[in-house]
Design a protein around this ligand. Sequence first.
Ligand SMILES: [Zn+2]
Ligand SMILES: [Zn+2]
Length: 127
Amino acid sequence: MAKGSCDCSAVSFEVSGLGAEVTICHCGQCRRTSGHQWASIHASFDKVVFTNEQGLTWYKSSAFAKRGFCKSCGSSLFYRMNDDDSISIAPGCLDQPTGLTIGKHIFVKDKADYYEIIDDAPQIETY
Ligand SMILES: [Zn+2]
Ligand SMILES: [Zn+2]
Protein backbone atom coordinates (compact mmCIF):
# COMPACT_ATOMS: atom_id res chain seq x y z
CA MET A 1 0.00 0.00 0.00
CA ALA A 2 1.38 3.36 -1.04
CA LYS A 3 0.15 6.77 0.03
CA GLY A 4 0.32 9.95 -1.96
CA SER A 5 -0.85 13.53 -1.93
CA CYS A 6 -0.61 16.83 -3.71
CA ASP A 7 1.50 19.59 -2.20
CA CYS A 8 -1.35 21.14 -0.19
CA SER A 9 -3.06 17.83 0.74
CA ALA A 10 -6.39 18.81 -0.84
CA VAL A 11 -5.90 15.58 -2.79
CA SER A 12 -4.65 12.52 -0.93
CA PHE A 13 -5.04 8.84 -1.66
CA GLU A 14 -3.91 5.32 -0.94
CA VAL A 15 -3.22 2.76 -3.63
CA SER A 16 -2.38 -0.93 -3.64
CA GLY A 17 -1.03 -3.07 -6.47
CA LEU A 18 1.16 -0.35 -7.94
CA GLY A 19 3.44 -1.34 -10.81
CA ALA A 20 7.15 -1.45 -9.93
CA GLU A 21 8.45 0.55 -12.86
CA VAL A 22 8.09 4.21 -13.65
CA THR A 23 7.50 5.42 -17.20
CA ILE A 24 8.97 8.80 -18.10
CA CYS A 25 7.06 10.59 -20.86
CA HIS A 26 8.79 13.30 -22.88
CA CYS A 27 5.82 14.34 -25.04
CA GLY A 28 4.88 17.98 -25.49
CA GLN A 29 1.64 17.65 -23.54
CA CYS A 30 3.41 16.13 -20.52
CA ARG A 31 6.09 18.80 -20.77
CA ARG A 32 3.55 21.61 -20.70
CA THR A 33 1.21 20.23 -18.04
CA SER A 34 4.01 19.22 -15.66
CA GLY A 35 6.64 21.82 -16.54
CA HIS A 36 9.15 19.10 -17.55
CA GLN A 37 9.07 15.39 -18.41
CA TRP A 38 6.22 13.61 -16.65
CA ALA A 39 6.72 10.39 -14.72
CA SER A 40 3.94 7.91 -14.09
CA ILE A 41 3.25 4.57 -12.50
CA HIS A 42 0.39 2.27 -13.41
CA ALA A 43 -2.41 1.07 -11.14
CA SER A 44 -5.97 -0.21 -11.40
CA PHE A 45 -8.37 2.64 -10.72
CA ASP A 46 -10.42 0.44 -8.39
CA LYS A 47 -7.31 0.03 -6.19
CA VAL A 48 -7.17 3.78 -5.52
CA VAL A 49 -8.93 5.07 -2.41
CA PHE A 50 -9.19 8.85 -2.14
CA THR A 51 -8.84 10.00 1.45
CA ASN A 52 -9.33 13.59 0.28
CA GLU A 53 -10.47 14.57 -3.20
CA GLN A 54 -11.70 18.06 -2.44
CA GLY A 55 -9.00 19.59 -4.66
CA LEU A 56 -9.15 17.04 -7.47
CA THR A 57 -10.02 18.41 -10.90
CA TRP A 58 -9.83 16.66 -14.27
CA TYR A 59 -8.60 18.40 -17.41
CA LYS A 60 -9.76 16.83 -20.67
CA SER A 61 -6.36 16.82 -22.39
CA SER A 62 -7.43 15.00 -25.55
CA ALA A 63 -10.38 13.20 -27.12
CA PHE A 64 -9.27 10.01 -25.38
CA ALA A 65 -7.74 11.01 -22.03
CA LYS A 66 -7.81 13.36 -19.06
CA ARG A 67 -5.32 14.60 -16.50
CA GLY A 68 -6.01 14.98 -12.79
CA PHE A 69 -4.52 17.85 -10.85
CA CYS A 70 -5.11 19.79 -7.64
CA LYS A 71 -7.04 22.99 -8.21
CA SER A 72 -5.59 24.52 -5.04
CA CYS A 73 -1.86 23.94 -5.46
CA GLY A 74 -1.60 22.88 -9.12
CA SER A 75 0.16 19.55 -8.52
CA SER A 76 0.02 17.32 -11.58
CA LEU A 77 -1.13 13.95 -10.24
CA PHE A 78 -2.94 11.61 -12.60
CA TYR A 79 -3.55 10.57 -16.19
CA ARG A 80 -6.49 8.42 -17.28
CA MET A 81 -7.59 7.11 -20.63
CA ASN A 82 -11.35 7.33 -21.10
CA ASP A 83 -13.08 3.95 -20.97
CA ASP A 84 -10.09 2.35 -19.29
CA ASP A 85 -10.06 0.92 -15.79
CA SER A 86 -6.45 1.90 -15.07
CA ILE A 87 -4.86 5.10 -13.85
CA SER A 88 -1.36 6.54 -14.21
CA ILE A 89 -0.12 8.17 -11.02
CA ALA A 90 2.74 10.66 -10.73
CA PRO A 91 5.28 8.87 -8.49
CA GLY A 92 6.61 12.20 -7.26
CA CYS A 93 3.47 12.60 -5.14
CA LEU A 94 4.00 9.29 -3.31
CA ASP A 95 5.39 9.14 0.20
CA GLN A 96 9.03 8.04 0.29
CA PRO A 97 10.57 5.52 0.06
CA THR A 98 8.74 4.17 -3.00
CA GLY A 99 11.04 1.30 -4.00
CA LEU A 100 10.29 2.15 -7.64
CA THR A 101 12.74 2.23 -10.53
CA ILE A 102 12.61 3.82 -13.98
CA GLY A 103 11.37 1.25 -16.51
CA LYS A 104 11.32 3.17 -19.78
CA HIS A 105 11.21 6.49 -21.54
CA ILE A 106 8.42 7.15 -24.04
CA PHE A 107 7.84 9.81 -26.71
CA VAL A 108 11.58 10.35 -26.79
CA LYS A 109 11.17 11.89 -30.27
CA ASP A 110 9.38 14.84 -28.61
CA LYS A 111 11.97 15.35 -25.85
CA ALA A 112 12.88 18.96 -25.04
CA ASP A 113 16.30 20.12 -26.16
CA TYR A 114 17.67 21.28 -22.80
CA TYR A 115 18.40 17.91 -21.16
CA GLU A 116 19.77 14.47 -21.97
CA ILE A 117 18.45 11.11 -20.80
CA ILE A 118 21.26 9.72 -18.70
CA ASP A 119 19.90 6.46 -17.24
CA ASP A 120 20.01 3.08 -18.99
CA ALA A 121 16.24 2.50 -19.29
CA PRO A 122 14.92 1.75 -22.79
CA GLN A 123 14.06 4.77 -24.93
CA ILE A 124 11.00 4.44 -27.15
CA GLU A 125 10.29 6.90 -29.98
CA THR A 126 6.55 6.99 -29.31
CA TYR A 127 5.06 4.46 -26.87
ZN1 LIG B 1 -3.08 20.55 -3.62
ZN1 LIG C 1 3.28 12.42 -22.39
